[in-house]
Ligand binder design. Structure first.
Ligand SMILES: [Zn+2]
Ligand SMILES: [Zn+2]
Ligand SMILES: [Zn+2]
Length: 144
């Protein structure tokens, strides 16, 4: 995980962006909270602890930049706010999200269960699949 964090920081430098303390703080927050799908406001709350002078607008712009560079991915989990997660293997397909409609828990499915479906689509529609976003809605084990 430390390796990938360093790799991401290199990408930023390669594209000509300076790793300012604010950008570093935002990136570190995402890296240290993997699997939490933080919203812009949540990232801001974390970053403020180490960078009290940072503004919400800066956090917002930094997240946009990291998204544009493919370092993080914006995900929409239908709870009314944009959330972000690290995009470590950019050629890999996005993992699937299970969303509990009662308590809002978000569970990640690490395996790509769509290989068979993808092969079928690629064959029948002559469509080359690069990625997908799959959300399953239902009740988590605690809410059943
Ligand atoms: Zn896939
Ligand atoms: Zn639940
Ligand atoms: Zn996720």
């Amino acid at each position: 995980m430390i390796d990938s964090a360093e790799k991401l920081k290199d990408i930023l430098k390669e594209k000509g962006y300076k790793l300012t303390p604010q950008r570093r703080a935002v990136l570190d927050t995402i890296i240290n909270n993997q699997g939490k799908h933080l919203s812009t406001e949540e990232v801001y709350d974390y970053v403020k602890k180490n960078c009290p002078e940072i503004g919400l607008a800066t956090v917002y712009r930094t997240l946009q930049l990291l998204d544009d560079l493919g370092i993080i991915t914006k995900i929409n989990l239908d709870d009314g706010c944009a959330r972000y997660e690290l995009n470590i293997n950019s050629d890999d397909h996005q993992h699937h999200h299970l969303i509990c409609t009662k308590c809002g828990a978000i569970i990640e499915v690490e395996v790509d269960l769509l290989d068979h479906l993808e092969a079928e689509i690629e064959k029948n529609y002559k469509f080359e699949i690069k990625d997908h976003k799959v959300k399953f809605f239902g009740l988590c084990s605690k809410c059943q």
